[in-house]
Design a protein around this ligand. Structure first.
Ligand code: 1CP
Length: 371
């Protein structure tokens, strides 16, 4: 896997030119154990940073995402501050559906809200394809960011079809995504067309980021934990595979993450097939990493899984927890240290910087020193 083909990428792409191909993140995703464990944090860009809050004053969330200079600056802020081993592109999973013409906005303190939810066959029929030209601000923001990042890789991302459908059908954030799951059972044909549309739109968004210079691609299926395993395998995994297929020919390492994903972790690794279909699987805080490895095997890198709740505990407690995460991650072929979900907005950013320094002291994570 180390020699994954990268021929469809432009020669100037950091994975091809060599700028990021030897980085700890890319090596770990491809299955090596670099001398230093890579670490980054989901939602590292955003509300925990005062410089972010300052920059965002007066600009709506989705406007910030579509302003290349602002999106790029916000992406770089946590990299400068914490010394993390990767940037994650500042955007949102609903950006591509907005660019495809869906009436969606991000309401502060709440999340994505739709003007009118998508609930019937006719609603799905009315969805429009994403015009590739609409992705220009995304490509420009990524290109600007990658230029500034030097040897540090940028992770591109997109929402998985199920998590997007959870917003599209519900019309906003919801607890158990009941309406979405009802549609899946009551009208499987409409469900399938909706997820196929979401896979196309998300896949195009992900591909634009990779072509513009992202060195890894993460698919977020944040709400996958509300599905039974049977429903996941039958009605969801094929569409996640379709979204990820949009970058398959580019040879970029692919990460698949979900929350509450213990029951389906193996299926998220295989994408419902017989063999490993991604380079890394993200694990939430509920499942110890050694147990995750027991479930997914050693053909895939694990990413995770510091409990976000422990970030605000006393340092001694947090330090012991981080060491335990690293020790358990030693069971995997390779480990990318991260949280089990996003950084809570009230987190003291100094704590994140301290975790990065600690992880970088722990070597490749297999010497038992972490214990
Ligand atoms: O004004 C603000 O600051 C709004 C807060 C915010 C931010 C900073 C939202 C609204 N989105 C984002 C950025 C964002 N969203 C990133 C940035 C890069 C980084 O990680 O540093 C990423 C990767 C996302 C992806 C995203 N959006 C996911 C998947 C990841 C996850 O955390 O599970 C999901 C589920 C969303 C939807 C969304 N957007 C925003 C909120 C508050 C939510 C969740 C709402 C809910 O609870 O349903």
């Amino acid at each position: 896997m180390t020699d994954a083909p990268t021929s469809s990428l432009p020669a100037s792409h950091p994975l091809v030119s060599g700028r990021t191909s030897g980085s700890p993140l890319v090596r770990a995703l491809r299955g090596d154990r670099p001398e230093t464990l890579p670490v980054w944090f989901m939602r590292q860009a955003g509300r925990s940073l005062p410089e972010y809050r300052e920059l965002r004053v007066g600009t709506a969330m989705l406007d910030a995402c579509l302003d290349p200079a602002m999106a790029s600056e916000i992406t770089l802020q946590p990299v400068r501050r914490h010394g993390v081993d990767a940037g994650i592109f500042f955007s949102d999973i609903v950006v591509p559906i907005k660019l495809a013409g869906v009436d969606v906005e991000i309401v502060p303190g709440r999340g994505p809200v739709l003007g009118s939810p998508i609930r019937s066959a006719a609603d799905v029929d009315a969805l429009e394809q994403l015009d590739p030209a609409a992705l220009a601000p995304i490509s420009e923001a990524v290109a600007r960011t990658v230029e500034q990042l030097g040897d540090t890789p940028l992770i591109g991302f997109a929402g998985a079809p199920f998590t997007l459908a959870a917003y599209l059908v519900e019309g906003g954030p919801s607890k158990d995504h009941i309406r979405a799951r009802t549609l899946m059972h009551s009208d499987p044909e409409t469900w399938s067309r909706l997820l196929a549309w979401a896979a196309d739109v998300s896949g195009a968004f992900l591909r634009a980021q990779v072509l513009a210079g992202a060195s890894a691609a993460q698919l977020f299926d944040s709400w996958v934990g509300s599905l039974s395993r049977a429903d996941y395998v039958q009605s969801v995994a094929p569409h996640s595979a379709a979204a990820l297929a949009h970058v398959a020919d580019l040879g970029v390492p692919r990460i698949h993450f979900g929350v509450g994903s213990g029951e389906v972790l193996r299926d998220m690794t295989t994408l419902g097939t017989d063999s490993v279909g991604v380079d890394a699987v993200g694990v939430d805080w509920r499942l110890p990493l050694d147990e995750a490895v027991r479930r997914v095997g050693t053909g895939v890198t694990v990413q995770g899984n510091i409990d976000p709740a422990v970030l605000s505990a006393p340092w001694e407690v947090l330090e012991a927890h981080v060491r335990d995460v690293v020790r358990r991650g030693g069971a995997a072929r390779a480990h990318v240290v991260n949280l089990g979900h996003g950084v809570p907005p009230e987190t003291d950013p100094a704590v994140l910087t301290r975790i990065v320094a600690l992880v970088h002291e722990l070597g490749d994570g297999t010497d038992g020193a972490a214990a």
